[in-house]
Write a protein that binds this ligand. Structure first.
Ligand code: ZN
Length: 174
C-alpha cells in the first residue's frame, strides 16, 4: 500500500496537461492502486486524478459510495463525447485546494468513453454527482481546476487560503 502526497495549488503540475496512457501494464495497475490508497486515506475525497499525485498520466479513480458500500470506478484516457446543453450549479471542493469550496456550473448529463485498466473500451452516460465528479476530474487531466471556473478574485482567495494553511502547518511541525 502506498499513500502518495497530494499536491496543492499553486503547484504548476496542476496546470499541466497529462499524457495519454499507451501501455496497460503493471506500471499502470500500480498507479491505479496507489491512487485508490491515496483517495481512501484522504477521508473525504470521492475522486482523484493522477496529476494530483504528480503522475502526469490520464488516469482517474472515483468512488462515490452508495449506502456506505464502496463502488470504485477507474477511467483511463477518458473522453467526454457528448454533453447536455442543460446545466446545473453545484458546490465543489478539491483535495488539491483543501478547505475551499465554490459553486461551479457544469453540463447536467455527459457521455464518456474510456478504457478500463485492462485496456477494454467502455462508454456510458452519467448524471448527478457522477457527472459533476467526472467533469471535475477530466478537467484535472487538462490542467484545469474548479477554481478556474470561478472569478479571478475567488481564485486568488482560494490559493491564498491554501498557502495560509500550509504556513500554519509548518509552524506547528517546528
Ligand atoms: Zn480536484
Amino acid at each position: 500500500m502506498s499513500i502518495l502526497e497530494i499536491i496543492k495549488v499553486p503547484n504548476p503540475l496542476l496546470k499541466s496537461i497529462s499524457k495519454e496512457v499507451k501501455e496497460f501494464d503493471s506500471v499502470l495497475k500500480n498507479n491505479v492502486k496507489d491512487m485508490y490508497d491515496t483517495l481512501y486515506s484522504s477521508g473525504n475525497g470521492i475522486g482523484l486524478a493522477a496529476p494530483q499525485v504528480a503522475v502526469m498520466k490520464r488516469i482517474i479513480v472515483i468512488d462515490i459510495k452508495e449506502n456506505e458500500k464502496s463502488n470504485p470506478l477507474t477511467f483511463i484516457n477518458p473522453k467526454i463525447i457528448k454533453k447536455s446543453e442543460e446545466t446545473f450549479v453545484n458546490e465543489e471542493g478539491c483535495l488539491s485546494i483543501p478547505e475551499f469550496y465554490g459553486s461551479v456550473e457544469r453540463s447536467k448529463n455527459i457521455s464518456v468513453e474510456w478504457f478500463t485498466e485492462n485496456g477494454k473500451l467502455k462508454c456510458s452516460d452519467f448524471q448527478g454527482l457522477m457527472s459533476i465528479c467526472l467533469q471535475h476530474e477530466i478537467d484535472h487531466l487538462n490542467g484545469i481546476l474548479f477554481i478556474d471556473h470561478l472569478s479571478k478574485i475567488k481564485r486568488k482567495m482560494a490559493v491564498e487560503k491554501v498557502l495560509k494553511i500550509k504556513k500554519k502547518k509548518k509552524i506547528i511541525n517546528k
